[in-house]
Design a protein. Structure first.
Length: 295
C-alpha cells in the first residue's frame, strides 16, 4: 500500500511515505502469528476448563467476545494515529485505507481475554481489592513493555504529535487496556453468580462494546487533540493525561465492586462429595444443592 505524503482522509491524516510505504518485518510477523495462534488455542482450552471446573460457559464466552471485539481495532487505529506497516503484511481486515494483520486481531484473545480471566481467577481465589489493584498495575507494565517491543521489531508505528512517549510508544493508551482486563475480571465474577447456562452466550455481543468503549471512549480527549487544528504541546500532554485519568477512574469504580478483604463466596473447583457434585462454598441439605450468593 502506498500513499503520497499529501494524501489525507477528511480530517484524518494518513502517515507520511516513510511510514506508509515501510514493509512489515517478515520475521517478526511470522513469530507473532505462531505465538498468537498458540495463545488462541490455549485460551480455547482455558474456556473449556472453566466450564468443567466452575460449571459455566462464561470463560469460553469471554474468549470469543474478545476475539469479536478486535473488529474495533481499525476504529481506534484511525482515530489514534496508529499504523500497521502495510507492504508484506498478512492482512485480515481492510477498511478506511488501513489494514489489520491476522496476528493483531488474534492478540485480543490472550491479552484482553486471557488477562481478564486470570483476574477473575484471582478474585475467585479470594484476592482483595488491593491485590486486584496491584494486578492492574502489573499488567499496565506488561502492556507498555509489549508495545515497546512490537514497535521496536518493525510491525507498526504511532505517528503525529504523540505525547507521553517511551521508546516511540505513547503510554497514554495503556491505562484503557488495563481497564478492559479488570472490567472483564470483575464483571465475570459477578455475572457468573447471576447468569447461568445458555444465557451467558449473548454476552459475546459485549466484546466490541466493552473494548471499543474503553479504547475510544476513555481516549476522547487525546483523540480530539490529535485531530485538532494545530494543537499546542501543552494541549496534547494534558489531553494524554486526561485520557489516562478517565481510564484510571473507571478502574477505581470497577475495583469498588470487589470486597476490600476479598471474596468469601468463591466458585472454586467442583469436587465429588459422597457421590454428589458440589462447589466449595455451597451447601447441600436433603439432597438440595444451594449455590453461593452474589455480592
Amino acid at each position: 500500500m502506498s500513499w503520497p505524503e499529501e494524501t489525507v482522509m477528511p480530517g484524518i491524516p494518513l502517515p507520511g511515505p516513510d511510514i506508509a510505504n515501510r514493509p512489515a518485518n517478515q520475521t517478526s510477523q511470522l513469530v507473532l502469528e505462531i505465538a498468537v495462534a498458540v495463545a488462541v488455542v490455549l485460551m480455547l482450552y482455558v474456556g473449556v476448563r472453566v466450564r468443567q471446573r466452575w460449571g459455566t460457559w462464561l470463560g469460553l464466552v469471554i474468549v470469543i467476545a474478545t476475539g469479536f471485539g478486535s473488529g474495533v481495532e481499525l476504529l481506534f487505529n484511525t482515530t489514534a494515529n496508529f499504523w500497521y506497516y502495510a507492504p508484506g503484511a498478512h492482512e485480515l481486515i481492510t477498511s478506511w485505507g488501513r489494514q489489520v494483520p491476522a496476528w493483531a486481531a488474534g492478540s485480543y484473545i490472550p491479552f484482553y481475554g486471557g488477562l481478564g480471566i486470570l483476574g477473575w481467577y484471582l478474585i475467585e481465589r479470594g484476592a482483595s481489592r488491593l491485590t486486584l489493584a496491584l494486578y492492574g498495575l502489573a499488567i499496565y507494565v506488561v502492556f507498555i513493555v509489549t508495545e515497546i517491543v512490537l514497535v521496536g521489531i518493525g510491525l507498526y508505528a504511532y505517528y503525529g504529535d504523540q505525547p507521553w512517549q517511551i521508546a516511540s510508544f505513547p503510554i497514554w493508551i495503556s491505562a484503557a487496556n488495563v481497564a478492559i482486563c479488570l472490567t472483564i475480571a470483575v464483571g465475570a465474577s459477578r455475572i457468573s453468580r447471576g447468569i447461568t447456562g445458555w444465557r451467558v452466550w449473548p454476552l459475546i455481543g459485549f466484546g466490541p462494546v466493552l473494548i471499543g468503549g474503553y479504547l475510544v471512549g476513555s481516549s476522547w480527549p487525546m483523540i480530539t487533540a490529535l485531530k485538532g487544528d494545530n494543537p499546542s504541546t501543552a494541549q496534547l500532554w494534558l489531553s494524554g493525561a486526561a485520557a489516562t485519568v478517565i481510564a484510571v477512574a473507571c478502574v477505581a469504580a470497577i475495583l469498588g465492586l470487589v470486597p476490600r478483604r476479598g471474596r468469601t463466596d468463591t466458585l472454586l473447583p467442583r469436587q465429588r462429595v459422597s457421590g454428589d457434585v458440589r462447589q466449595f462454598g455451597a451447601t447441600a441439605e436433603n439432597g438440595v444443592r444451594t449455590l453461593p450468593g452474589g455480592g
